[in-house]
Design a binder for this molecule. Sequence first.
Ligand code: NZQ
Ligand code: ZN
Length: 392
Amino acid sequence: MQNNFIFGEHGTVGYFGKDVVAEHLPKLAAQYGENVLLCYGGGSVKKNGAYDDVMTVLKDTGKKVTEFSNIPSNPTLDMAYEGIALAKKIHADLILAVGAGSVMDMSKAISIGAATDLEIWDNFWIGDTPIDFDPVPLGMVVTMPATGSESNGCAVLTNTKTKIKCDKNHPESNAKFALMDPTYTFTVPKRQLLAGTFDILSHVMEAYFSEPVQDNLSDDISEAMMKEIIRDLRISIQNPMDWNARSNLMWVDFVIGSRLIKMGKLTDFQCHNMEHQLSAYNNCVHGEGLAVLHPVYYRHIYKAGAAKFAKFAKNVWGLNPSDYETEEALAAAGIEALADFIKEVGLPTTLREIGYTENDDLKTIAESCFISKGSLKILDFDDISEIYKEAL
Ligand code: NZQ
Ligand code: ZN
């Protein structure tokens, strides 16, 4: 391992398994005051049982609950301001996020903003003002694995005025606890299962395809994770009620979110940066945008890291090196195996399928992207424009 790192700072405690809300939330909630801000999305929590389970505990432990609901996918800064005002008004002692990535990210923004008078976007998302105060304590009840938001301090917000979607990691806003009952995920619709699971896979690839590329523990763990994610997505599509596959996906998402596989790695996230801006302009589904972009992006960069892409082909997709004349040919075949998998499971493969047309100003969107310094081949705005055009 070449680079120095800290692991586990402000770590979130994970509670995993059936009925963990009933089992653990009473003692966790008891550690905080009586005012709870309960954050959730458009109502799936009322169908999958999470809302009832949480409310039963909060009622039994005598909490005063204020609800902040209808949090949309791709949460906006404007709505975060509303949540912050509400949290301040009720003097929230605990913010409880019940849902998936968008709810968890919104809740992190509220937990930071409710504990300061500073404006959050300029200071803590676009800017680098340090968080030298304690955010309002935050807990998560996860209903869908996808973003890993449950085990880190990263939150992604969209500023609809500037059309910038920006992620920022503040370990100080890590949740104190995350409750993960895979039962809640049985109701996730196929479209979200595909998008969410591809997001998980993408987070691993974004760490794996970056320096250092020499043998290291983080990448060895990543290879095992990628195989597991591919296997368990296939199984979950066949049988959405498969406990083993669903629970594996929920656990791997938490472990990835904890940044374990980023340790010692530069990490890339260029594909994420490109997707975030597509989503800032047309509100597309994050995991679907990633599925469209990844193969196109990798065809652009793989020659700069052919040995690593060849390893991916062999160790993740099971391709036989002796079937290929060169390392580069094996590397390219691994990318096509990824593209075939995306088609096989039914994810979109073109920007058209996620709402873009030739009338969209892809050049302007490209020029609004953040450029990653961790890519194996650092892109410029023309490269991003090309990638968007090819993906159309
Ligand atoms: O709104 P409700 O009714 O709850 O329905 C949600 C929503 O429609 C539904 N859902 C969630 N759990 C369900 C369920 N439906 C049925 N049964 C369940 N158990 O799923 C839909 C999508 O939810 P959303 O939270 O938007 O999905 P996801 O977890 O993919 O989050 C996407 C957001 O997270 C950001 C993305 O950019 C996007 O804004 N990301 C956050 C990251 C982070 N914090 O570290 C990293 C990621 O790379 C990503 O950028
Ligand atoms: Zn993602």
